[in-house]
Design a protein around this ligand. Structure first.
Ligand SMILES: [Zn+2]
Length: 170
Protein backbone atom coordinates (compact mmCIF):
# COMPACT_ATOMS: atom_id res chain seq x y z
CA UNK A 1 0.00 0.00 0.00
CA UNK A 2 1.56 3.24 -1.16
CA UNK A 3 1.52 6.28 1.07
CA UNK A 4 -0.27 9.43 0.06
CA UNK A 5 1.98 12.35 -0.85
CA UNK A 6 -0.77 14.93 -0.41
CA UNK A 7 0.47 17.68 1.90
CA UNK A 8 4.12 16.58 1.64
CA UNK A 9 6.27 19.69 2.08
CA UNK A 10 10.03 19.63 1.77
CA UNK A 11 13.15 21.76 1.50
CA UNK A 12 14.18 21.24 -2.12
CA UNK A 13 17.87 22.08 -1.69
CA UNK A 14 18.30 19.98 1.43
CA UNK A 15 16.38 17.10 -0.17
CA UNK A 16 18.76 17.12 -3.16
CA UNK A 17 21.94 17.58 -1.11
CA UNK A 18 21.03 14.71 1.22
CA UNK A 19 20.05 12.45 -1.67
CA UNK A 20 16.66 11.75 -0.17
CA UNK A 21 13.77 10.10 -1.99
CA UNK A 22 10.09 9.57 -1.45
CA UNK A 23 7.36 7.85 -3.43
CA UNK A 24 3.65 7.33 -3.17
CA UNK A 25 0.27 8.25 -4.54
CA UNK A 26 -1.30 11.58 -5.39
CA UNK A 27 -5.03 11.49 -6.13
CA UNK A 28 -6.03 13.62 -9.11
CA UNK A 29 -8.48 15.37 -6.79
CA UNK A 30 -5.47 16.94 -5.01
CA UNK A 31 -4.44 18.72 -8.23
CA UNK A 32 -7.16 21.36 -8.77
CA UNK A 33 -5.75 22.91 -11.95
CA UNK A 34 -5.50 19.49 -13.58
CA UNK A 35 -8.91 18.48 -12.30
CA UNK A 36 -10.50 21.30 -14.30
CA UNK A 37 -9.40 19.58 -17.51
CA UNK A 38 -10.68 16.15 -16.60
CA UNK A 39 -13.82 14.12 -16.96
CA UNK A 40 -15.04 12.24 -13.93
CA UNK A 41 -11.71 10.70 -12.98
CA UNK A 42 -11.10 12.51 -9.73
CA UNK A 43 -10.83 9.20 -7.90
CA UNK A 44 -7.83 8.20 -10.01
CA UNK A 45 -4.44 8.41 -8.37
CA UNK A 46 -1.02 9.06 -9.87
CA UNK A 47 2.07 7.10 -8.85
CA UNK A 48 4.75 9.62 -8.04
CA UNK A 49 8.37 9.40 -7.00
CA UNK A 50 10.96 12.06 -6.36
CA UNK A 51 14.61 11.66 -5.52
CA UNK A 52 17.40 14.12 -4.89
CA UNK A 53 20.96 14.15 -6.13
CA UNK A 54 23.91 16.40 -5.51
CA UNK A 55 26.65 16.44 -8.14
CA UNK A 56 29.36 18.61 -9.65
CA UNK A 57 26.65 19.97 -11.91
CA UNK A 58 24.46 21.15 -9.05
CA UNK A 59 21.49 20.02 -6.99
CA UNK A 60 18.89 17.94 -8.79
CA UNK A 61 15.49 16.43 -8.26
CA UNK A 62 14.27 13.55 -10.44
CA UNK A 63 10.51 13.36 -10.67
CA UNK A 64 8.49 10.53 -12.16
CA UNK A 65 4.71 10.50 -12.48
CA UNK A 66 2.58 7.78 -14.01
CA UNK A 67 -1.08 7.00 -14.12
CA UNK A 68 -4.20 7.47 -16.12
CA UNK A 69 -7.11 9.88 -16.31
CA UNK A 70 -9.76 10.93 -18.80
CA UNK A 71 -9.48 14.11 -20.83
CA UNK A 72 -12.29 15.58 -22.93
CA UNK A 73 -11.91 15.01 -26.67
CA UNK A 74 -12.12 18.43 -28.33
CA UNK A 75 -13.79 17.01 -31.43
CA UNK A 76 -16.60 14.85 -30.04
CA UNK A 77 -16.59 16.03 -26.39
CA UNK A 78 -16.47 12.41 -25.32
CA UNK A 79 -14.07 11.19 -22.69
CA UNK A 80 -10.66 10.14 -23.80
CA UNK A 81 -8.36 8.02 -21.66
CA UNK A 82 -4.91 9.52 -21.31
CA UNK A 83 -1.95 7.65 -19.87
CA UNK A 84 0.81 9.76 -18.42
CA UNK A 85 4.34 8.56 -17.84
CA UNK A 86 6.63 11.48 -17.28
CA UNK A 87 10.16 11.61 -16.09
CA UNK A 88 11.79 14.95 -15.55
CA UNK A 89 14.96 16.38 -14.07
CA UNK A 90 14.67 19.59 -12.12
CA UNK A 91 17.74 21.57 -11.22
CA UNK A 92 17.37 23.34 -7.88
CA UNK A 93 18.83 26.82 -8.03
CA UNK A 94 20.11 28.06 -4.68
CA UNK A 95 19.69 31.73 -3.77
CA UNK A 96 22.44 33.75 -5.45
CA UNK A 97 23.37 30.92 -7.80
CA UNK A 98 23.29 31.87 -11.48
CA UNK A 99 20.37 30.58 -13.49
CA UNK A 100 21.55 27.88 -15.95
CA UNK A 101 21.75 28.51 -19.67
CA UNK A 102 19.14 26.87 -21.84
CA UNK A 103 21.88 25.10 -23.74
CA UNK A 104 24.65 22.74 -22.77
CA UNK A 105 28.24 23.65 -23.57
CA UNK A 106 28.16 21.61 -26.77
CA UNK A 107 25.06 23.49 -27.90
CA UNK A 108 22.68 20.58 -27.48
CA UNK A 109 19.40 21.39 -25.83
CA UNK A 110 18.98 19.92 -22.40
CA UNK A 111 15.80 18.00 -23.12
CA UNK A 112 13.45 17.13 -20.31
CA UNK A 113 15.30 19.30 -17.83
CA UNK A 114 14.01 22.34 -16.06
CA UNK A 115 15.21 24.65 -13.34
CA UNK A 116 13.34 25.69 -10.21
CA UNK A 117 14.20 28.19 -7.52
CA UNK A 118 15.12 26.59 -4.22
CA UNK A 119 12.24 26.58 -1.78
CA UNK A 120 12.54 25.69 1.89
CA UNK A 121 8.86 24.73 2.02
CA UNK A 122 7.93 23.31 -1.37
CA UNK A 123 4.59 21.58 -1.61
CA UNK A 124 5.28 18.44 -3.64
CA UNK A 125 1.85 18.38 -5.26
CA UNK A 126 2.52 21.87 -6.71
CA UNK A 127 5.64 20.58 -8.47
CA UNK A 128 3.79 17.51 -9.70
CA UNK A 129 0.82 19.49 -10.97
CA UNK A 130 3.08 21.89 -12.86
CA UNK A 131 4.87 19.04 -14.65
CA UNK A 132 1.69 17.07 -15.37
CA UNK A 133 0.01 20.14 -16.89
CA UNK A 134 2.99 20.56 -19.23
CA UNK A 135 2.58 16.95 -20.36
CA UNK A 136 -1.16 17.09 -21.03
CA UNK A 137 -2.14 17.94 -24.64
CA UNK A 138 -3.80 21.34 -25.01
CA UNK A 139 -6.45 20.13 -27.47
CA UNK A 140 -6.71 16.36 -27.09
CA UNK A 141 -8.54 14.44 -29.81
CA UNK A 142 -9.26 10.76 -30.30
CA UNK A 143 -6.98 9.14 -32.85
CA UNK A 144 -9.74 6.80 -33.92
CA UNK A 145 -13.23 5.97 -32.73
CA UNK A 146 -14.27 9.59 -32.56
CA UNK A 147 -18.02 9.70 -33.05
CA UNK A 148 -19.53 13.16 -32.51
CA UNK A 149 -21.96 12.75 -29.62
CA UNK A 150 -23.22 9.44 -30.91
CA UNK A 151 -23.17 7.68 -27.58
CA UNK A 152 -25.38 8.95 -24.79
CA UNK A 153 -23.45 7.36 -21.97
CA UNK A 154 -23.23 8.70 -18.44
CA UNK A 155 -19.84 10.33 -18.86
CA UNK A 156 -21.05 12.47 -21.73
CA UNK A 157 -24.20 13.41 -19.89
CA UNK A 158 -22.03 14.58 -16.99
CA UNK A 159 -20.16 17.05 -19.20
CA UNK A 160 -21.85 20.47 -19.38
CA UNK A 161 -20.53 20.95 -22.92
CA UNK A 162 -21.99 17.66 -24.07
CA UNK A 163 -25.32 18.54 -22.47
CA UNK A 164 -25.34 21.90 -24.20
CA UNK A 165 -24.59 20.27 -27.54
CA UNK A 166 -27.41 17.80 -26.98
CA UNK A 167 -29.85 20.62 -26.20
CA UNK A 168 -28.93 22.47 -29.37
CA UNK A 169 -29.89 19.48 -31.47
CA UNK A 170 -33.54 19.76 -30.42
ZN1 LIG B 1 -13.47 12.20 -29.97
Amino acid sequence: MSRSLVGFVFDTLEFAREGRSVSGLVPVSALPRLLELLEGTAENALECAISGRQGQDGSWLSLTVSGQFDLTCQRCLGSMPFAIALETELQVIAPGQPWPDEELEDGALRLGADAIAADAAQLLTDLIEEEVLLAVPIAPKHDTDCAPLARGDDKQAASPFAMLAQLKKH
